[in-house]
Design a protein around this ligand. Structure first.
Ligand SMILES: O=C(O)[C@H](O)COP(=O)(O)O
Ligand SMILES: [Mn+2]
Ligand SMILES: [Mn+2]
Length: 594
């Protein structure tokens, strides 16, 4: 945007030059106090005191559904959409929604990306690689499926293979134009794909553990339908998302390599004739779960892998979310690549569901244009001279940099910014080390605050989320305590320099660790055991402001009951002493006369 006026007007009532500490507690929502609320049951004296002691400076904000650009109010928040909203100050239609629209309108098949992969359909195989679940965080199974038929316009109900999906009005107007929605598998085959291989990654993180079996069965049924229509379509390989392919921020390339070996080379420690059998058998191993299933390939009667990726094939990574697909995209696209030995680098036509990195333009071909998240608060502030420090450990590092800056890697101005990544533990599940690197993040942030070199210090503290995803309640309590201690360290430093703090979260997770019925009571499985919730939640998140630099007459506005994460950017800009851009969601704060 060449014509952007980057100069922010001075705020009429809020002074400049205070150090502002912005802390994002990952996966830290607000929910009723019971034994499955790990934030409540953990010792979190610092966060508790904020809530208790300054009611005008503590409130809840929305972090899911339409408040963060997701298709429906049933969509839980996640780190990508959460940090995008926090950093950009506006609500953008996010990947999940954009793909829905592109599929519903059929535009996906008219775009450059689809045309590019279609060039291989005559003689090559179309490979689809991605997360197989209806979690809606990285991908959605119904976007892959063969049919979704709108049957009942009056009641706004879409019937699909997965059951009933309620459509909101915006969706309905699009759906109503297209009675039969062509989804990716069906659409690709109708547009000429003759041979399709799906490389599945099982979830259990954005959905219940154990649900992978049902998703694989659903996909198998769809592929069976396609086979009846003469399309040679099969599942070719698989593995658990956290152990195969979906690493992020280059924490552990072995994860991507395991996927590469299975998907591209057709090699894996486990071989099965069917994916349903694979998932059932591998899940039966002690301590096995959907997130960490080992890699497997599907083989034919001669024990030969049914779907390695070879020269002349087309490949689509079907995830719309960026962070856990960037590494695979690099492996599939970059000629020069040394993160691991690819053994074979097939000449393929590769497209992402979306373009995952706007700065790297990666991948160069994609089926759906990503949201154009421009003019983020980070860019405005840096352009107005705010010296910015951002830090987290590897597994969340990109959240306060890449996602915060609208899915762009790199600095806006390397002279004014410093981004510090603390290496995360590798090769463990985080319930084994629930304190993670919270203290180290706290130390780095403290150092940055006390150094006098920065005006904004921005951190993500991952514990509640990363340990919450393991479903280990005891460990999640330890995680929440560690996060609380890290926040206190940072805020103590803010106190020392007379600064201001903003503490919030990107979505819920640790505050509810059990699946519940509509009345909010825990659900039991068929053995009478509670069903552990490893995923995020629909709960709101807290935001607290304070610090000696915050004038006594600044408080949260009382008239913004529906405020959400996107309102935080204008709030932070104000606290730096500037007015926010006019099209930003309104600031949460007001300056009273007294
Ligand atoms: O990628 C993940 O770890 C989960 O799917 C979502 O968690 P996040 O949105 O907090 O990263
Ligand atoms: Mn998160
Ligand atoms: Mn998470």
């Amino acid at each position: 945007m060449g014509s952007t006026d980057w100069k922010l007007p001075d705020h009429q009532k809020i002074a400049k030059n205070k150090v502002v500490g912005v802390v994002v507690l990952d996966g830290w929502g607000e929910y009723k106090d019971d034994q499955y609320n790990c934030i409540h049951t953990a010792e979190t004296p610092f966060m508790d005191s904020l809530k208790k002691n300054a009611p005008n400076r503590w409130r809840l904000i929305k972090a899911h559904g339409s408040a963060v650009g997701l298709p429906t109010e049933d969509d839980m928040g996640n780190s990508e959409v959460g940090h995008n909203a926090l950093g950009a100050g506006r609500i953008f239609a996010q990947g999940a929604k954009l793909v829905d629209f592109a599929l519903a309108s059929g535009k996906i098949y008219e775009g450059e990306g689809f045309k590019y992969i279609k060039e291989c359909f005559e003689t090559g195989t179309l490979h689809l690689i991605g997360l197989l679940s209806d979690g809606g965080v990285h991908s959605r199974l119904d976007q892959l499926q063969v049919s979704l038929i709108l049957e009942d316009f009056d009641n706004f109900v879409c019937l699909g293979p997965l059951g009933i999906i309620l459509c909101n009005a915006e969706y309905l107007s699009l759906f109503s134009i297209y009675l039969f929605v062509q989804l990716l598998l069906k659409g690709a085959s109708e547009h000429g794909a003759k041979r399709i291989r799906v490389h599945i990654l099982t979830d259990g993180r954005d959905v219940l553990d154990g649900s992978s079996v049902g998703f694989v069965e659903t996909l198998e049924n769809d592929l069976e339908d396609l086979r009846k229509k003469g399309v040679d379509s099969k599942i070719a390989s698989g593995g658990g998302r956290m152990y195969v392919t979906m690493d992020r921020y280059e924490n552990d390339w072995d994860v991507v390599k395991r996927g590469w070996d299975a998907q591209v080379l057709g090699q894996a420690p486990y071989k099965f004739k069917s994916a349903v059998e694979a998932v059932k058998k591998l899940r039966a191993e002690p301590n096995a779960n959907d997130q960490y299933l080992p890699p497997f390939v599907i083989v034919d009667e001669n024990d030969k892998a049914v779907g390695p990726i070879v020269d002349g094939d087309a490949v689509v990574t079907i995830n719309f979310r960026a962070d856990r697909m960037v590494m695979m995209a690099k492996a599939l696209e970059y000629e020069n690549f040394d993160a691991f030995d690819r053994v074979r680098f097939p000449k393929i036509h590769y497209a992402g569901m979306l373009q995952y990195d706007g700065e790297l333009k990666l991948p160069s071909h994609y089926l759906v244009s990503p949201p154009e998240i421009d003019r983020t608060s980070g860019e405005y502030l840096v352009k107005n001279g705010i010296r910015t420090f951002a830090c987290s450990e590897t597994v969340k590092f990109g959240h306060v940099t890449f996602f915060w800056n609208g899915n762009r890697s790199g600095y806006f101005n390397s002279e004014l910014e410093e981004y510090v990544e603390i290496p995360s533990d590798v090769g463990i599940t985080f319930n084994q080390e629930p304190k993670m690197k919270a203290v180290e993040i706290g130390e780095k942030a403290k150092e940055a605050i006390l150094s006098g070199r920065f005006d904004q210090i921005r951190v993500n503290i991952p514990n509640g989320d990363m340990v919450g995803h393991t479903g280990d309640i005891e460990a999640t309590r330890v995680a929440c305590k560690a996060a609380d201690e890290a926040v206190k360290m940072i805020i103590d430093a803010i106190e020392q320099v007379g600064g201001i703090y903003v503490i919030t979260a990107d979505h819920g997770n640790a505050e509810d660790m059990v699946k519940r019925n509509k009345a909010g009571d825990p659900l039991l499985d068929k053995n009478g055991k509670i069903q552990i919730l490893t995923s995020h939640t629909l709960q709101p998140v807290p935001i607290a402001i304070g610090g000696p630099g915050l004038a006594p007459n600044i408080r949260f506005r009382q008239d913004l009951a529906g405020g959400g994460l996107a309102n935080v950017a204008a709030t932070v800009i104000n606290l730096h002493g500037f007015e926010a851009p006019k099209d930003y969601e309104p600031s949460l704060i007001e300056v009273t006369d007294s």
